[in-house]
Write a new protein. Structure first.
Length: 258
């Protein structure tokens, strides 16, 4: 698919990985719907993209709400006339031992990471089916391939996103809609600084601020973390690719090779 002037919705768009995805897609000539929880933040990020020569609009969405996801799709269709790509990037994590994990945290993670992907896909699917073209890209995680300890709900939710990817690939292929997943590895973000680093740094004998570099060196052949734009490049590939579907591309420097 030629990406020039195509329209992409990116959820969780104001976060670190979301910004990387939006940056790359805008650079490719796509019009990007910056979708996240706070309209003001969405508008500011969309304004930055527009000021740098891209094309974007801010759209508020709570991915756990059916009404909100439908409103998001309607808003983008009203403003742009089409939806070519959905990137399900919104996601959260809680890092805690099995015995200490709270039921409400488990439910919240599945509501955002899994139900959110489902509701957003459902909101755009009829439009894509009617046009007989589209791309759905789920941002999963290396945890779907090689999870760590203390990731009970997060790892399970990211495995679930791979299941959604494969099921939708089988269902939507007849309409020329591809469905794929990207699995980020070690990307410096609040998920690392606020959750993963404080939990895992003592085991590595380093300060939390040093953890991501330490883990990447110890666990990946390339020995370095990934950037948000690395993830954006993988998303752009799946946007362009006409004959790849049902795949999960791991971008982690070689950490998980299956």
């Amino acid at each position: 698919m030629n990406l020039k002037e195509k329209v992409a919705i990116v959820t969780g768009a104001t976060g670190v990985i979301g910004r990387g995805i939006c940056t790359v897609l805008a650079r490719e000539g796509m019009r990007v719907a910056v979708a996240d929880l706070r309209q003001e933040e969405c508008n500011r990020w969309a304004d930055e993209i527009n000021a740098s020569g891209g094309s974007a609009l801010g759209v508020v969405v709570d991915v756990t709400s059916k009404d909100s996801t439908r409103n998001m799709a309607d808003r983008v269709l009203e403003a742009c006339g089409r939806i070519d790509v959905l990137v399900n990037n919104a996601g959260i994590i809680v890092v805690k031992s099995l015995v200490d994990f709270k039921e409400e945290d488990f439910d919240r993670i599945f509501a955002v990471n899994v139900k959110g992907s489902f509701l957003c896909a459902q909101a755009v699917a009829s439009h894509m089916i009617s046009r007989r073209t589209g791309r759905i890209i789920n941002i999963s995680s290396v945890a779907a391939k090689r999870p760590g300890p203390l990731q009970t709900a997060y790892a399970a939710s990211k495995h679930a996103q791979i299941g959604l990817t494969q099921a939708w690939c089988m269902e939507l292929g007849r309409y020329n809609i591809t469905v794929n997943a990207v699995c980020p590895g070690f990307v410096d973000s609040p998920m690392w600084s606020e959750e993963l680093s404080p939990a895992y740094a003592p085991a590595y004998g380093v300060e939390p601020s040093q953890l991501i570099e330490t883990v990447a060196r110890a666990n990946s052949p390339l020995g370095r973390p990934q950037t948000a734009e690395d993830i954006g490049e993988a998303v752009a590939y799946f946007c362009r690719a006409d004959n790849a579907s049902g795949q999960a591309l791991v971008v982690d420097g070689g950490h998980a090779m299956w």
